[in-house]
Design a protein around this ligand. Sequence first.
Ligand SMILES: [Zn+2]
Length: 450
Amino acid sequence: MVLGPFKGGRDGKTVAIVAARTPTTFEIRTDLFTVENRKMSDGVQHHQQRSADLDAQAVTNFREYLRIPSVHPDINYDDCVKFLKGQASGLGLPYKVHYTTPTKPVFIITWEGTEPNAPSVMLNSHMDVVPVFEENWTHKPFGAEMDADGKIYARGAQDMKCVGIQYLEAIRRLKASGLRLKRTLHCSFVPDEEIGGSEGMFEFVKTDFFKSLNVGFALDEGMANDKDDFLLYYGERCIWHINFRCPGQPGHGSLLLENTAAEKVRVILDKIFDFREKEKQKLENNPEMTIGDVMTVNVTMLQGGVQSNVLPPEFSVMMDCRIPVTVDNDKWFETLNQWCKEAGKDVVMEKEQFDPFIPPTKLDESNKYWLAFKSATDKLGLKMTPRIFPGGTDSRYLRQLGIPALGFSPINNTPVLLHDDDEYLGRDVFLKGIEIYCKLIPAVANVASA
Ligand SMILES: [Zn+2]
């Protein structure tokens, strides 16, 4: 009869203690050590086998998702929906599909919490990916090939099919461990992020269905980092696309007429490039700053002209402008108005895209989700570097509603290859990301609702 095993003995190893015939004496039978040890190591082996199986399944699911060419333009999302239905059923979780247009689905997999009335946590990812220049790739962009180093190559490997699968695989592990979380989790897979989300998240957040999800906090995409730390995005610059219309006196190209369109274009271009140079200097002179901290202005389209010897009635200059969270949008608008005045008669601005100011998500005591997020990443020993996102993501539509949202892709020590040729993610980094979410998701989902 084995009473043990007990941790004991001078070396702290497990000792099997067997009851003797009389209660006053013990004999320690060393021959049982091996039996007990074998049982224990069987347990460890079983555990290792199970986690190896989970890892293999995660990598398989990731690669399968990457093989769906949900690439712009004109994406057919049917295969994504089919794939995600399979994922939901494998996890034993309910799903819902909401179509923002007849061909654009938002797929939601839900794991209900023990406090289903508390605001939920949204785990967001987008299904679409940007086009590829296949001739520049050394692997098939939708082959999801894995090389000898474990690098998995595909469009979407970093941006951001990895994150969508990592959420699901973390949930698979949490469920298997018998854990229940307080708050409901909604894993959302949205279309069209890469073309601005106007028929994706932008439209989705306006629906009653979205309101019924009662989202209190969201995680969304971040970006890879080639260093050891992880980037954490808590805000975005505001996007303005402004078209400066410069009308002028039309006439013959052989004359010296007053008030011509091109002279006004010249002033506008000078203003833009003088300003651009200043921001460039600001960034170069301050190592603490990143591109998300400065204003970027770029000329993206020049239009006008009818014939080589004719002065046209109008030229126009399109400017892509990204406003950092530290700049007052109204004041910036006044500056642009001033540029128009200085450029000459009748120069006006046309707003093609004119996003409102969206306050960044607070990273302080007032944000209990951030505190939970931080304590989880601190415990994991992850170094987080907060940043303002240089481009736009779907998080802005959530922040606009006052929902705190953090952009985080658990990818470190990896070259930044989003939208680039030979986009890849290492198998180990991918699996490590699942472990990170296994701690992070419970932390934010167990934030007290009161
Ligand atoms: Zn993305």
